[in-house]
Ligand binder design. Structure first.
Ligand SMILES: C[S@@+](CC[C@H](N)C(=O)[O-])C[C@H]1O[C@@H](n2cnc3c(N)ncnc32)[C@H](O)[C@@H]1O
Length: 242
């Protein structure tokens, strides 16, 4: 009887916490849609899909970009091993204090910092390699040069085995310079990874596509590809003048 009462109390406080998170998220979106980019936190379905392609039971260091109110962070912490660390970046200070109040886990290092500062922060914390990046940043609202900077910043920490997951809403609408256009993150991600798999999650508000990216194209690879090209060109017979 007492046990049932305690379980009910826990579930009720969980529901109340979620309602508070939803309210905070919606209010923040109303005042800063460009950064928040959504009207509601991710569903558990979407969070699970973001983690599906990761070796969650083996990871040591995962970084989360745009933790929001912690919808994905919580699910991530359910699955990663006890010795893992999740370094989460979030720019909204209210979201950061909400997570700090409602989520206590020694494996979480939550930073009120921009994702673009990840390189400096990871070095400061003593990390040289990351197993996975879980990104909720809205690439459709992020200008291309900022997306490139972000990838450059992450590059030194990623190798062949690192996995990167990113979602985007299925409508893919982008509003820029007074114009509405459709935007897909796929071509951009393909520049940085040899394999990008895509899956649609309908049970989310709004439905989303999850990109699971593997085979990071490192500078060495790019140089390798260039030298192969140069080698091949050198082997071609010089063109006869017309
Ligand atoms: C679409 S919401 C996702 C929130 C949460 N991960 C979820 O799935 O419910 C994007 C989040 O990224 C944060 N954000 C936007 N730009 C950022 C940046 N440059 N660095 C870190 N966080 C950022 C926003 O404040 C927002 O909380």
């Amino acid at each position: 009887m007492m046990k049932n009462f305690a379980t009910c109390k826990n579930s009720l406080s969980e529901v109340l916490r979620e309602i508070q998170g939803f309210k905070m998220f919606a209010l923040a979106a109303a005042s800063d849609f460009q950064n928040i980019a959504s009207v509601a936190p991710s569903s558990r379905r979407l969070a699970l899909a973001m983690l599906e392609g990761l070796p969650v039971d083996r990871v040591r260091t995962v970084i989360e970009l745009g933790a929001g109110t912690g919808a994905i962070t919580r699910v991530l912490l359910e699955y990663v091993p006890p010795q893992a660390t999740v370094v989460a970046f979030e720019i909204n200070p209210e979201f950061v204090s909400y997570i700090r109040k409602t989520l206590s886990d020694p494996r979480l290092v939550l930073l009120n910092a921009r994702a673009e500062e990840a390189g400096r922060e990871l070095r400061r914390l003593g990390y040289s390699r990351i197993d996975a990046v879980v990104s909720s940043l809205s690439l459709r609202f992020m200008p291309d040069h900022r997306q490139r900077i972000l990838q450059e910043v992450l590059s030194p920490f990623m190798d062949e085995r690192s996995v990167y997951t990113q979602y985007q809403y299925i409508h893919g609408m982008r509003y820029e310079n007074g114009k509405i256009s459709r935007h897909s993150s796929l071509p951009f991600l393909r520049r940085y990874f040899r394999s990008v798999q895509c899956r649609t999650i309908w049970r989310n508000l709004p439905p989303a596509q999850v990109f699971t990216c593997r085979g990071r194209i490192t500078k060495d690879h790019a140089l390798g590809a260039r030298s192969i090209r140069e080698h091949r060109n050198a082997a071609l017979p010089a063109r006869e003048p017309a």
